[in-house]
Design a binder for this molecule. Sequence first.
Ligand SMILES: [Zn+2]
Length: 343
Amino acid sequence: MLMHKIIQSDPEIWNLFTSKEEYNNLHRDQYERFPYYASKNRNIFEPLVSQYLINHNFRVEFPGNAPFAVCLTHDIDTIYKPLIYKGIDMLLALKKGDANNFFILLKQIQSKKNPFCNFSNIMNLEKKYGAKSTFFVLAETQEEPDFQYNIEDINKELGEIIENKWEIGLHGGSSVYLDAHMMMAKKKVLEKLIHKEIIGYRSHFLQFHTPDTWVALSKAGFKYDTTFGYADCAGFRNGICHPFKPYNLNTDQEINILEIPLILMDCTLGLYMELDEDKKWELIKGLIERVAECRGIFTILWHNTFMSGSQFELYEKILAYCYKKNAWMTNCEEIYYWFQNYY
Ligand SMILES: [Zn+2]
């Protein structure tokens, strides 16, 4: 692969790209993840590998001559707002004398309609900016630890996503991310439900072992993964903001899967990095600049539960900002097929 050949000419860049430090490293957080705080790379906000590639004549073109791309994704961890919260909302509405809101909430409970089932709102927002996205859905059973909802309960909504030509991928739980058979089984369940091939994967909680998760995904027939990023810090985990074929240092072989590296997860900014609104925006703008300089891809994960108040405003601000910069804003599937021309 041309990309590997270029990177291999610099041992330090190659070590960063292959995440050598993660091999035989037993440091793990509570979700069995290798965390940023254990990494020796202190240039997380600099895509050093992509910069190296660009300096060595690696050039990527995008549709419509766009200067860079934005890959939009949503992990659907929950679709039910707990009844207790709805009950509290109803009491508050009564207290305020807001009969209208009270009856809306009551109707939602009676019809089991859910405010987190906001997929069509998300699609309409993205349409406004000429963008589209990928929804990663869990296919866990009630006996499994990460069970959150029955996938059949959102059958209608999934149909709408497919009809609109947005994408659905598999969101694998903790019993899945190292097990090719489980991956394959979940993939089949989802494919049967939506009558369409599933080519993409992201782990719940971004659970990932280098290189084992890639190897398992490749065995299970997935074409791309987009888990590879840190939960505890935004930025470039292995210094790259271009999709890449991972390299297995245990076998000295390329792994047959495309990684679309994750640069930014919504909850990382507040929960892990504890940034205020101004600092969040400053960081995001900086990351977008770095990606644009390399003609790379800015991959974002925005949960469906982050689509209200200031969290929603920040998502729309990113869309509006990148739209103005003429970025190609699309989903993983389109990026995967586009990059078939390159690799
Ligand atoms: Zn998740």
